[in-house]
Design a protein around this ligand. Structure first.
Ligand code: WQD
Length: 340
């Protein structure tokens, strides 16, 4: 079976991707520094896939350590690179931490495996678009000045990968621009594990519903949108995970050349208030929420044109907002009763 290195493989999206890799006959090898994940996720994964995947605890900023990993793993067919810091707000407060970690880790991995015929999937983000001029946003839309150091690390990383390709590289590369990943695996055994107070909407919703948070604040209802709250393209994390398998399969074909980029979303926008109401209706849990001031750095509305992913990546989402909300709620209840 083809060995796939999954950096950040114990994180929210990484762990769900490990499951889908196994479901598709790949052999995932997890690398994670545990800075934003829990080693017990390996035990949770074993309950789903039936075995504990190989795991290296390694900070990818350690250049020598990454080189030693490459020697230990001589026949890696693909790399899925999730490992990065990803909190938009924190990146504004600590830019050097973000530039150092997100670039050192990427460059060390690319350097250590250079020269080998590796299929490389990069975890990018819709944040590269900023507030698009036209919606839904396509992959050919202009990349706008990043709204945060986090978004800037994604934009510059894509440029690094493009330049590497232009120079003639042994890698094939696909960047996946995620919209908003939410939800959890149907087993309820893995899901999002925010550290401290959740920054993102859906974990804040589920923690409010279970009583860990008193109420949720809607960051502004005076935007130029139908109900005044911001619009995003929320995608089920399992659909997102499957997009990574589709990317590997596309690069395994003879027709794929060099580098490409794909929007990974549903193609539909949902407002904050719509998500809150969808959660209440699909779970039967009433939410205590209030309207508050806008959050700095928020774009008003963004959702993806996903026709390129459908036609070329041969991938599209299958799970709707209700399933996203229900699965997120099941995971919140599970983790409340079974702390890791
Ligand atoms: C969504 C909406 C908030 C919390 C995230 C990641 C980013 C990227 C895309 C990966 C916004 C509103 C939130 C709350 C609220 N992911 N909100 N009350 O900002 O779109 O970006 O997904 O690359 O890295 O940060 O997601 O969930 O923080 O916010 O009203 O308590 O929910 O204002 O409109 P965001 P989010």
């Amino acid at each position: 079976m083809a060995k796939i290195l999954v950096t950040g493989g114990l994180g929210f999206i990484g762990s769900h991707t490990v499951v889908e890799l196994v479901n598709s006959g790949y052999e995932p090898i997890i690398v994670d520094d545990l800075s934003n994940s829990d080693p017990k996720i390996i035990d949770q994964l074993a309950k789903i896939i039936g075995y504990k995947p190989p795991f290296y605890k390694l900070d990818l900023c350690d250049e020598q350590g990454v080189k030693e990993l490459a020697v230990k793993e001589p026949d890696i067919a693909g790399i899925i690179h999730f490992a990065a810091f990803k909190a938009v707000g924190e990146s504004v407060q600590q830019p050097i931490k973000y530039y150092r970690n997100n670039f050192y880790s990427l460059l060390n991995v690319l350097n250590a495996f250079d020269g080998r015929p590796v299929n490389f999937v990069f975890s990018s983000s819709c944040t590269v678009y900023g507030q698009p001029d036209k919606l839904p946003v396509t992959e050919s839309a202009p990349v706008k000045a990043a709204e945060s150091p986090y978004g800037n690390t994604k934009q510059i990383a894509e440029e690094i990968l493009t330049d590497m390709q232009k120079a003639g590289s042994s890698y094939k590369v696909i960047s996946l621009r995620y919209f908003n990943p939410v939800g959890a695996h149907s087993s309820g055994l893995i899901g999002e594990l925010p550290i401290g107070v959740p920054q993102n909407l859906v974990p804040f919703i589920t923690q409010t519903a279970i009583g860990k948070r008193e109420k949720i604040t809607v960051f502004g209802n005076d935007y130029n949108t139908p109900d005044g709250s911001c619009i995003r393209d929320y995608i089920h994390v399992v659909d997102l995970a499957k997009a990574h398998v589709a990317a590997l399969k596309l690069m395994e074909t003879e027709t794929f050349k060099g580098y490409d980029v794909f929007n990974i979303g549903t193609g539909q926008g949902s407002s904050v208030l719509q998500v809150i109401h969808a959660f209440e209706q699909s779970t039967g849990q009433k939410l205590n929420y209030q309207i508050g001031p806008r959050r700095d750095g928020d774009v008003e509305q963004v959702w993806g044109d996903v026709s390129k992913s459908k036609n070329i990546l041969k991938w599209q989402t299958e799970l709707n907002l209700d399933v996203m909300m229900q699965s997120a709620w099941e995971w919140e209840k599970y983790i409340a009763q079974n702390p890791l």
